[in-house]
Design a protein around this ligand. Structure first.
Ligand code: COA
Length: 352
């Protein structure tokens, strides 16, 4: 079925071959990505062309990403792109994640809607039921579009930021000292860069902690990454210059992992440290392991990369345990991050 909105549209859409696009396509795509990034985070450096290209060329095989683009009249600039990710995993076969960006000069002409039509059709053809995307308060048009569609707010959160100039270094030393009280029972360890090959099975079990974050009203199933998928994700990360650091805690008697925290640093934006997941298994909570992990990570990364001025992390607004630790460290709201969900049937109804 061809949607009426597509038939009426004035713009031609091209499906990009993401792993084998031309230099011109990669260049134009990176340019529009950075234009919208600048609207959202004007103080941050742009993403270099090489990083975007390497990321796309190294997409994991279980991520089926379809991307359409729209060019201006003389085909010199990309003015919009829309993409949908269909994960070839055991879980969440009902979901499709999408993203649409339209250059600010071309908004409110139905381009977003046109791209959404292609996304919804591709997701439906793959037997998906639910679409997911995210918006922020830096570009309010995203939220306006979602409200127009009747999408549901699945999870509300913030990107929170710590300015290193505001960090109380004595607090970090205090938490490290408190952590030392645990050394008869627990020990800290670090993986820099790729995870040790021989421990991948235990590591994927540790990463299952991501399922213990709040998911609000999102209709998502638990995700259990496999060692093979993890290897592919790491390859893509390395290709784009992401340097991952994992600090973990092991219970000495059992040799079991009790928890971990991860950050990502990239030389393309050396002042920003991305704080990813922190988790402690329920049976080990309430012993100060979370603070110990965070303090050890910050202490280490700030010594290793003295250029870091900001640490950023995304938290659900309902994640009281994580927010408590982050607030103590001095993290402050930087921008909102709303995850939206919508039934594909409802989207197709709106488009028609
Ligand atoms: C959100 C975005 C993709 C919309 O693109 P667009 O081409 O301007 O959207 P359209 O013209 O197709 O508008 C689609 C509908 O949303 C409404 N809409 C879009 N922007 C709006 C705004 N700023 N205020 C109110 N309504 C708005 C339109 O009126 C239209 O409704 P209609 O069906 O009643 O006509 C664009 O603003 C953008 O690139 N934002 C930054 C990235 C982003 O936040 N993406 C959203 C997540 S996918």
């Amino acid at each position: 079925m061809v949607l009426r909105s597509i038939m009426n549209s004035q713009y031609k859409t091209d499906l990009l071959d993401l792993k084998n696009a031309s230099d011109k396509e990669y260049f134009a795509l990176n340019k529009i990505i950075n234009a919208v990034r600048y609207e959202r985070q004007p103080d941050d450096p742009p993403i270099p062309l090489e990083e975007t290209t390497n990321q796309l060329k190294n997409l994991p095989s279980f991520v089926d990403l379809k991307m359409w683009c729209i060019w201006n009249k003389d085909h010199s600039e990309m003015i919009a792109q829309g993409n949908v990710g269909l994960m070839r995993t055991e879980e969440n076969k009902h979901l499709a994640q999408f993203d649409i960006i339209v250059h600010a000069d071309y908004r409110r002409q139905g381009i977003g809607k046109q791209l959404l039509g292609l996304i919804a059709e591709a997701a439906k053809a793959d037997n998906r039921r639910l679409l997911l995307t995210d918006t922020n308060d830096r570009i309010p048009a995203g939220e306006a579009f979602m409200q127009r569609l009747g999408a549901q707010r699945g999870l509300e959160g913030h990107v929170n930021q710590l300015r290193i100039s505001d960090l109380d270094h004595n607090l970090i030393q205090d938490w490290l000292e408190q952590g030392q009280k645990n050394v008869s029972e627990f020990e800290l360890g670090v993986w820099d860069g790729i995870y040790p090959q021989e421990q991948l099975q235990e590591i994927v079990a540790l990463l299952d902690l991501t399922n213990q974050q709040p998911f609000g009203d999102l209709e998502v199933e638990e995700m259990h990454i496999t060692p093979e998928q993890l290897v592919e994700m790491q390859k893509m990360d390395a290709a784009r210059g992401n340097q991952r650091c994992t600090v973990y805690v092991i219970e000495k008697t059992s040799g079991k992992f009790a928890g971990y925290t991860e950050t990502v640093w990239n030389a393309n934006r050396p002042e920003i440290l991305r704080q990813d997941m922190t988790g402690v298994f329920p049976q080990y909570r309430g012993k100060g392991l979370g603070r110990w992990l965070k303090a050890a990570m910050l202490d280490r990364q700030l010594k290793l990369h003295p250029e870091i001025k900001f640490v950023r992390t995304t938290n659900a607004d309902t994640n009281a345990a994580m927010l408590r630790i982050n607030n103590e460290l001095g993290f402050k709201p930087y921008m909102t991050s709303i995850l939206w969900q919508m039934e594909i049937g409802q989207v197709l109804e709106y488009l028609n």
